[in-house]
Design a protein around this ligand. Sequence first.
Ligand SMILES: [Zn+2]
Length: 273
Amino acid sequence: MGSLITAVASYCDIKQRGGNWHVRLDDIDPLRHDLNASTQIIESLNTHGLAGDGPVKQQSHRIARYKAARNLLSGTAYYCDCSRSKLKATPIYPGYCRSKGAHQADHALRLHVDDQSRTFHDGIKGSLDFNAQQRFGDFVIWRRDNLVTYHLATAVDDGEHYSHVLRGEDLYEQTLPQLYLIEQLNLKEPAYAHIPILTYPDGTKLSKQTHAPPLDNSMASRNLRTAFDFLGQKPPNTTLSSKDWLEWGVKHWQLAAIPTILKPFHPYHDSDT
Ligand SMILES: [Zn+2]
């Protein structure tokens, strides 16, 4: 239900603006990316009438672009060979390796961030002033196993291809270094909005780890109504097809109506009230 809510929100928001909605697979890490799970999510979205405009985009097809971005940043990046235990000791990297320049193939590449103040504007959460050095510090843009990091791949994609990015609030902090990268790469900053996360009554997030019930694809139209309800869109108490629910959603969509905290998800019955 959590991923459906985010998908529905981003779909309705961009469709109401007359834009295109894209589905992207973040499949840059071959060890962590589960193709089966991704295929299931895409099939489930399709069952709910949520089909992307154009083919599904795969980050694994864009490695050359990410390498070009890495090279553009090389003037302010440095190689880091700190051990995991050394990194664990400080939540914000204190720049141990800043004086190291020479490339070592098995070292991570870290970006030296400045300590200026910036403002991030989020369409739901409002404005935040932050200082890169204090908020997240020098961060890794290329991994020691020679894979692009999530931050760099996401920043390049978002900055090159998307006008609006709507995603879960759990990714809010991650957006800040990505914003920094978009600026450093002279890309265009998309309009961001972070959707509150669906939680159980005790506040824990719904996820595979907390045994969130899988979405019942046979109840697609009802699931869509529930998603609109969580999103504060006040769906009418009626039965519509999935297609009609999405049309209703696009027509009535109000980003401002999304509550700051979603009402809790009850695992034992469907939130149909
Ligand atoms: Zn280091």
